[in-house]
Write a protein that binds this ligand. Structure first.
Ligand code: CP
Length: 394
């Protein structure tokens, strides 16, 4: 029956993930557990190819013709700067026309139309729906709605979750992984200085190597209600021998939730929980800062003055001085007081680059959903191999 999703929402994640793909490819992007390492590698490699092609006029022309004559609807009923704009930029880069609804009171929802009817309408007019909602499972329900429509022989389009309640933000986690990969890919340039840098880091920090395996990742702030933390922790659990350290104020609101703790335990991830960054800062390989998500306190009536001491999850120049010299500082943004702007000029501050990576990763994901990834790989290979041969005089 249309609009009845209870059983599917309650199904094991493995079954849900299977229902969100078709012919071995994702048909919707709803939660991080849909990704395995092969798919992560594929999307990240594709993002790099998009980034490299976008640097050149011919590459931009190629990308702009890839998915033209198609349309994307950005249905963002919760505030957003980065996710909204980078999805729009990524869509436009690939030739998609975009339209948006950001305020449901300006749509017919104001007149009592159900959100499901609205989403079904979008699928009549558009070829892709990218959505953000304060409601935790709305994107997932929308994907099941599209599946039901397809099974009834009706028009159906891919759904991408751009953030759902305090639950999941899978595309943020993808760009976080991409940023981490770039940070730990020391020798990709192939230059002698890059290899020298790797040698130096290995000598100074025994056990250090390139890649995401075997590393200690530290999440600090409101790790209980930050959906980016949940999605990224799930993706990091795909890597070998990782330790996840969660630093949050000493209050149940901010601690990681039981379901995530349980999932990480089942994935054999070493989990540590602390209340102060200074207890762990010297030994982390990547630091992921988050803000206190005060918007969720509105319902509980907690005023800022009633907050516990938050100083333990604030980054300071003194703490940064103690960090390893390679440790990237990430933050999904927006930030509040947890990272002072004086830290922005530190070479380890990656958060603005991280946000820019959102364009490449989201373009790669959209291209994948439209089965245009092979075209990108072929074009990139032809283009860069030809240039390489030309430069070699071939
Ligand atoms: N990281 C993130 O989701 O930022 P926005 O809320 O600005 O989209």
């Amino acid at each position: 029956m249309l609009y009845d999703y209870e059983d599917r929402l309650a199904a094991p994640v493995r079954l849900k993930a299977a229902s969100l793909q078709r012919d071995g490819r994702l048909s919707h992007v709803i939660f991080s557990k849909q990704f395995d390492r092969d798919l992560l590698d594929h999307v990240c490699d594709l993002a790099t190819k998009v980034r490299e092609l976008a640097r050149l006029p011919e590459g931009r022309e190629f990308l702009g013709s890839l998915i033209n004559n198609r349309r994307a609807m950005l249905y963002f009923t919760q505030p957003s700067t980065r996710t909204f704009l980078s999805f729009m930029a990524a869509s436009q880069m690939l030739g998609l026309d975009c339209n948006e609804i950001r305020d449901p009171s300006l749509s017919s929802e104001y007149k009592g139309e159900s959100t499901y009817d609205s989403i079904r309408m979008f699928s009549s007019y558009f070829d892709l729906i990218i959505m953000r909602s304060p409601k935790a499972r709305l994107a997932e329900e929308s994907a099941y709605l599209m599946n039901d429509l397809r099974e009834s022989g009706m028009r159906s389009v891919p759904i991408i979750n751009g953030g759902s309640g305090a639950d999941e933000h899978p595309t943020q986690a993808l760009l976080d992984i991409y940023t981490a990969r770039r940070s730990f890919d020391i020798t990709s340039s192939g230059t002698p200085s890059a290899f020298k840098k790797l040698e130096h880091l290995k000598a100074k920090y025994p056990g250090f190597d390139e890649g995401l395996d075997g590393k200690t990742y530290c999440f600090a702030g409101d790790v209980g209600r930050g959906r980016t933390v949940r999605s990224l922790a799930n993706l990091l659990s795909l890597y070998e021998n990782v330790t996840l350290v969660f630093v949050s104020p000493d209050d149940d609101r901010y601690r990681i939730q039981d379901d995530l703790r349980q999932r990480l335990h089942e994935a054999n991830v070493t989990v540590r929980e602390e209340t102060r960054l200074d207890a762990v800062i010297d030994d982390v390989d990547l630091l992921y800062m988050t803000r206190i998500q005060r918007e969720w306190d509105k319902d509980t009536g907690v005023a800022p003055g009633e907050e516990p001491d938050l100083s333990g999850v604030h980054l300071t120049p003194e703490l940064v001085a103690r960090m390893r010299e390679y440790t990237p500082i990430l933050h999904p943004f927006p930030r509040n007081e947890e990272i002072p702007t004086s830290i922005d000029t530190d070479p380890r501050a990656m958060y603005f680059r991280q946000a820019r990576n959102g364009i490449w990763v989201r373009a790669a994901l959209i291209a994948y959903l439209f089965a245009k990834d092979t075209d990108i790989v072929r074009k990139h290979s032809r283009f860069f191999n030809e240039r390489h041969r030309y430069n070699l005089g071939g």
